[in-house]
Design a protein around this ligand. Structure first.
Ligand SMILES: NC(=O)C1=CN([C@@H]2O[C@H](COP(=O)(O)OP(=O)(O)OC[C@H]3O[C@@H](n4cnc5c(N)ncnc54)[C@H](O)[C@@H]3O)[C@@H](O)[C@H]2O)C=CC1
Ligand SMILES: O=C(CO)COP(=O)(O)O
Length: 351
């Protein structure tokens, strides 16, 4: 039994707190708002973020980050990307050096273009962080429905500790040493999920969604490989797996946001209405900036950026994508044009 602190009492932090409590760990969840902590402590519910869900009664909530962190053996950071730096600055004085450090957030910071583990390293001056990422809607995890997920770190022994911490009969955890690929896949699929929601909002069907997901995965992989990710990671749980779960589900806030935009709302209206984080919006800005800086072709991201930040009409964005110049479908070994810096995926397949 470990003392664990979950930092962030939104849907995902609360769901992960439930898994840890099911596994017999002591769980303290840090909530920013008093009323959320009170509700968790008095009723074992978090109705704003997870309506109709009863949490294990052993979960305790606090609003003082020091109390959550100071005795914890493992600290799980689960706040939106835009809040991560401020939370890290608040928690830093109370973190034990030997505490296992995990994050489960999905995003890239605009302007700095840093992944979450890089933000953590910058703010805490430690590299011993593990990322937990994969196809996992909080609403289903809370109902103990079968879920698979990946954890990754540059220190694989720590990833294995996190695998042991979370793994149970309904929550199956794999490890993957490719931290760059795991974080990039988890962050960028949210952009494509917004696009998938838009196609439904526009009244398009399965063909459009399949097109967007497949070509979306191609551009996620293109950027991810350029940044140093393993091409195979993008067809794994944190890549294709998470792309499927977010592009095809009404649980996804990114999908729902895109759907509303497809039906005619502006990005600002949607962000105000959602009341929950829509990570894909800011990540679209970061990915667009990165694609320009690194000269990577990311047409779907570029069109979504124009819709979200330059008021481009969604239908015009679809026309632009469909009217692009002729292209070959496959990059790399099959077309004889391996992306610059990319490794041949066939060389990395295990026998
Ligand atoms: N909901 C899900 O099923 C999954 C979410 N994630 C990721 O987990 C991260 C957190 O998302 P959710 O819990 O779903 O979001 P949410 O929208 O359900 O909750 C966000 C939480 O962050 C807190 N928060 C917002 N701004 C803050 C600030 N400035 N400082 C401190 N706390 C702040 C809110 O009070 C709330 O507790 C995101 O990066 C998301 O992509 C990852 C996997 C699954
Ligand atoms: O990342 C998720 C599932 O794996 C949740 O996606 P949303 O943030 O779009 O709800």
């Amino acid at each position: 039994m470990k003392k664990t602190a979950v930092i962030g009492a939104g849907s995902w932090g609360t769901a992960l707190a439930g898994v840890l409590a099911d596994n017999g760990h002591e769980v303290t969840i840090w909530a920013r708002r008093e009323e959320i902590a009170d509700e968790i402590n008095s009723k074992s519910t978090n109705s704003k973020y997870l309506p109709d869900i009863h949490l294990p009664q052993t979960i305790k909530a606090v609003t003082n980050i020091r109390i959550a962190a100071e005795n914890a053996d493992a600290v799980i950071l689960v706040v939106p990307t835009k809040a991560m730096r401020a939370v890290l600055r608040d928690i830093r004085p109370y973190l034990r050096e030997e505490a296992l450090l995990v994050h489960a957030s999905k995003g890239i910071e605009p302007e700095s273009h840093l992944r979450i583990s890089e933000i953590i390293t910058q703010e805490l001056e430690r590299t011993d962080v593990v990322c937990l990422s994969g196809p996992s809607h909080a609403e289903e995890v809370c109902r103990r429905q079968p879920t698979t997920i990946t954890c990754s770190s540059i220190h694989m022994e720590l990833a294995e500790e996190v695998q042991d911490l979370f793994m149970n009969q309904f929550f199956r955890v794999y490890t993957n040493p490719d931290l760059i690929g795991v974080e990039i896949g988890g962050a960028l699929k949210n952009i494509i999920a917004i696009g998938s929601g838009m196609t439904s909002g526009l009244g398009f069907g399965d063909n459009a969604r399949a097109a967007l997901m497949t070509r979306g995965l191609a551009e996620i992989s293109r950027l991810g490989v350029k940044l140093g990710g393993n091409p195979l990671t993008f067809s794994g749980l944190s890549g294709l797996g998470d792309l499927i779960v977010t592009c095809t589900s009404h649980h996804s806030r990114n999908w729902r946001a895109g759907n509303m935009i497809g039906k005619g709302k502006t990005a600002d209206e949607v962000e105000n209405e959602m009341g929950m984080v829509v990570e894909g919006m800011r990540t679209a800005k970061a990915a667009y900036q990165l694609s320009k800086k690194l000269n990577i072709d990311m047409p779907i991201t570029a069109e979504l950026y124009a819709v979200l930040f330059e008021h481009k009409d969604v239908k015009k964005a679809v026309e632009a994508l469909m009217g692009r110049v002729k292209k070959k479908e496959v990059e790399g070994i099959m077309s004889g044009t391996l992306p610059e810096g990319g490794k041949d995926p066939l060389d990395q397949l295990e026998p």
